[in-house]
Write a protein that binds this ligand. Sequence first.
Ligand code: FAD
Length: 507
Amino acid sequence: MQSETVSPPTSLGIHASDRTADPAPSAGWRNPRPARKYNLVILGGGPAGVLTARAAAVWGAKVALIERNLLGGTCLNTGCIPSKTIIRTSRFYADMRNAESLGARVPRTITVDFAAAMKRMRDVRTRLSRGVSADTLSAAGIDVYFGEARFAGRNTVVVAGETLRFKKALIATGARPLIPSIPGLVEAGYLTHESVFELTECPQRLLVIGGGPLGCELAQAFCRLGSRVTIVQKEPMFLRQEERDAAQILSDALARDGIDVRLNTEVLKVRKQGNEKLVDLISDDYSSTVAVDHILVGIGRSPNVESIGLETAGVHFDTYAGVRINDFLQTTNSNIYAAGDVCMEHNFMHIEDASARIVVRNALFWGRERVSALTIPWCTYTDPEIAHVGMYVREATRRGIPVKTFTIPMHDVDRAVADGEEEGFVKIHVKEGTDKIVGATVVARHAGELINNISLAICSHIGLRRLAKVIYPYPTQAAAIKMAADSYNMPRLSLARKWLLGRWLAW
Ligand SMILES: Cc1cc2nc3c(=O)[nH]c(=O)nc-3n(C[C@H](O)[C@H](O)[C@H](O)COP(=O)(O)OP(=O)(O)OC[C@H]3O[C@@H](n4cnc5c(N)ncnc54)[C@H](O)[C@@H]3O)c2cc1C
């Protein structure tokens, strides 16, 4: 049954001209009439909300999903999908410029068709939006509401004039771009991931503030699409949490692409002069000014915790770290759970998938699944990619776990040499005296794919010694993992072999 007509979002994350499927229904969508009581009411229709809604509905739960803007959230509309799509095109242009190294000739002047690249991005987004459209979700038995959701009590949520009563609720309101308080920035104007994918022309000169995954990925992509890019990072290295050797390879790669890399640098202020923006920078005692056409802010995201009635519902939060949760994803109101960017330490789409399963088991059944038990890999999709799983050495040291590290440089891997993709390494840490893998970092063109073998080994409690038994087709870049396993076995083998041979000869 249908009730009040609500205004649908004006932008559906797709240009009207390209629209073939809607992550929200077209004008005239009517929110459903609320059920007497829901098993689960979900605030936020990003990955955390949608995946949980789907999983709960499969088990027969009565679920309401509320979204105030675009179903699919950041990942589909302004995050993972648009960024990975333009990264793909930008890699292609980089490969063309590098054609000679592969024994090919292309015209010296390659023209970037920025409009076509952005259209492809929108087409891909439109195609992937079909799976999360309001109609698809409704057909799966989910009551989809559009409007601003807010707790009105410990067991009720209001949206678009309706009150929804729940047994359990999930806060999955995500996060928004964090904007630094730099004098003049607001007046001069800036882009964030919410607006950069709407550009119709490639900026001639672009300044990126922030050297985390978002800043580095987009700086490299726009540089390869033709922008003159400057990237400013406050810290002495990019990707603060990654190991130094990995971050160094990335700095070198960005610089080689032609990006003006400014590490240890802060933005002091921004001024507008005619059509350009003058950005004053300081690095130790060295001051400089960069003139650009656009500034992209990519320093992180702020959790959406305001104006959703968390106080009324008895849910504790802080505006920096987000909703406070325990290891079971439960908030300080035991009937309300939280998942995704609004509460998690790491912000990745694949964590939302894992947390959706935890919420369904813990909230609707008798599960006691813990977030701390998850093995979470991640990847920064620069070229080369930087992927990690498990502990870093510094983390292991902090926990008093001695580690031994096995590193294979990609230039020792036949397939990487054949592909002309020799930059990077596979580095696997084991607990000393055992073959238990405690962590790994992969820097390689396809590190995001390679890391999965190691995650699988960690999850399945397969030690590095046993990985040597896995047969990889020759030649593959993943063979680097087997080579690391072989180097683990090598000293043990040679000792054993030496002893055996000695006995044999003596006999
Ligand atoms: C540029 C960029 C690239 C990224 N690339 C990757 C990647 O390659 N891989 C990866 O794993 N992750 C990536 N991420 C991170 C990933 O997009 C997020 O971790 C993920 O989208 C978080 O999902 P979520 O459901 O928690 O929040 P969101 O996706 O932010 O969704 C929250 C939803 O809640 C809605 N909402 C908020 N308040 C209310 C309210 N009061 N009422 C109703 N609805 C509300 C919002 O409109 C939004 O749709 C990227 C992020 C960015 C910005």
